[in-house]
Design a binder for this molecule. Structure first.
Ligand SMILES: [Zn+2]
Length: 527
């Protein structure tokens, strides 16, 4: 009998199933992603068991995030949530680009988007960076993003960038000219592996695109700046072995990845517009030094269009969450809209589609509320076995949908099925056990999708959390001493207080059934 069939028959199907499936992944790779590097869907094999390192190219903080930017980070959030649900410990760094030379053209012109914003608003670059970093984080909170382990600011890593540039010069991959340092693309044979822009291809393109004077300093037109000499009036500049200057954009990410996550990471995420030149150049810089692959999996989210047109900050015509709020659209309804399209497909935003998404999202909200109320009003009863079987099968299909390259549209369709089933069941005078099972399934789905606004409810108040940690610590200590009957007694005490607990690789997962509150206490907190 297959493992899945056995789980169905035995009726044992909880969060643990997902974790058990992760175990299977090491041999059969159940979890798989479309990898821009290999141009195919690859089975996911993490570098270390049960741990995933992720680096996400973050915002350049010179303006407010628009909904196209936010779509990108919603994809990242689903990835993080699903990996956690699968039992992985996720270590993730998001960078904040606060010195903003974005493209080769910007650098050639000495144009810094941070400086343009500073001039526009009459503020210092530091004030601009602080203001828009805060705006980015606040939008993330409204969309219930799982916080990364670290937001890494580019300007805090100038020393690391200088070290990398120095090493690149020593190894013959970079050269200095008139106070600027350039990467010698011809010195890195694997150039173009991510984007397909090989050296030959590039040489033709660059010749056609760039004016001759723009690259007279460089040995070859395709070479790109690692460090650029600053004129005295340039606001953002730092001392370097080659005189006063400022870093190129790509070296920022290469330096922060190596410093915080190591020479090779599991997953690198970015928007599709970052594939070339940014991500390609990050690879060239980092791999030239380490001799290793920078990231094993590259996940790129495609663009969001508005009424069929590409939205861009540079056009000054972009929609923010506040623009949606003016039309009474909840941020989580936007999240729902985004999940309705696959991350590797373009998403076309229209107001009718947004309205429909808001209605879909409200149906989930209402049914969650109804299930909670039904539980409070029902008397204890035994569970309907047919319903239990259906819910198990739905969980399985849901997990399989996300394992398959994070297929959120499919996962969302299963949530809709559950909503319909819950409405029918409640109307048919549901037993307490039925509504509890329905709610538990909905909350399981929501751990991955994050659609229910639980930000205020999820967290226990500090006092209750401290008490919970104390009891879990006591239990962990008893288990360490192999006093299992006493440790089980602690579990029973917790159950009496309404807490269900499960040991998971990253610590202890807890859920308070009556309120829907849930979370994980990290193993480090229990030592
Ligand atoms: Zn980056």
């Amino acid at each position: 009998m297959s493992e899945i069939a056995h789980e169905r028959q035995s009726g044992f199907f909880t969060v643990w199933t997902a974790i058990n499936k992760t175990n299977r992944c090491y041999s059969t790779c159940v979890l798989r992603f479309y990898n821009t590097l290999t141009k195919k869907v690859d089975g996911f094999k993490p570098l270390r068991p049960r741990e995933v390192t992720i680096y996400s190219c973050g915002p350049t903080v010179y303006n407010y995030p628009h909904i196209g930017n936010l779509r990108r980070y919603i994809s990242d959030d689903i990835l993080v949530r699903f990996l956690k649900l699968q039992g992985f410990r996720v270590k993730r760094v998001v960078n904040i680009t606060d010195v903003g030379h974005l493209t080769q053209d910007d650098i050639e012109r000495g144009e810094d988007k941070m400086l343009v914003a500073a001039r526009r608003e009459g503020k210092s670059p530091l004030a601009i960076a602080e203001h828009y970093t805060k705006a980015f984080i606040e939008d993330g909170q409204q969309l219930q993003f799982v916080e990364p382990d670290r937001y890494a600011k580019a300007t805090d890593h100038i020393k690391e960038m200088l070290d990398l540039i120095q090493k690149l010069i020593e190894k013959g991959h970079a050269y200095e000219k008139n106070g600027s340092v350039y990467f010698d693309v011809g010195s890195f044979p694997a150039y173009g592996a991510l984007s397909g822009n090989t050296l030959e291809h590039l040489r033709e393109q660059v010749r056609a695109d760039l004016k001759a004077e723009a690259f007279e300093e460089k040995k070859a037109p395709e070479d790109f700046a690692l460090w650029k000499k600053a004129e005295p009036e340039h606001l953002l500049q730092w001392p370097s072995p080659w005189g006063q200057g400022y870093p190129g954009w790509h070296i920022e990410c290469a330096a922060m990845i190596i410093k915080h996550l190591g020479s090779t990471i599991d997953i690198h995420t970015a928007g599709e517009d970052n594939i070339f030149p940014h991500n390609e150049d990050e690879i060239a810089e980092a791999s030239s030094i380490t001799g290793k692959r920078l990231a094993n999996y590259w996940l790129h989210t495609r663009h969001l269009f508005v009424d069929g047109e590409k939205m861009a900050k540079s056009k000054g015509s972009f929609l923010r969450l506040t623009d949606l709020a003016k039309k009474n659209i909840h941020p989580m309804a936007f999240r729902y809209l985004v999940l309705g399209a696959h991350f590797s497909a373009h998403l076309n935003f229209t107001w009718p589609a947004m309205q429909a998404a808001q209605e879909g999202w409200q149906r989930i909200q209402e049914v969650a509320q109804l299930l909670r109320e039904t539980q409070n009003n029902s008397s204890a009863d035994k569970a309907n076995t047919a319903l239990t079987g259906t819910l198990q099968e739905m969980r399985l299909r849901f997990t399989e949908a996300l394992e398959d390259n994070l297929n959120t549209p499919k996962a969302l369709a299963i949530v809709s099925e559950l909503v319909t089933l819950a409405n029918t069941t409640i109307r048919g005078k549901a037993a307490l056990a039925d509504s509890a099972a329905l709610l538990e399934t909905l909350l399981f789905f929501d751990e991955a999708l994050g659609l229910l606004p639980v930000a205020t409810e999820t967290e226990l108040d500090a006092k209750k959390k401290t008490a919970l940690i104390q009891q879990l610590k006591k239990r962990a200590a008893l288990r360490a001493e192999k006093k299992f009957s006493e440790s089980d007694a602690v579990r029973e005490e917790l159950l009496a207080e309404g807490f269900e607990i499960q040991d998971v690789p990253q610590g202890v997962r807890w859920a308070k059934k009556t309120s829907g509150q849930r979370g994980v206490i990290d193993a480090n907190e229990l030592k």
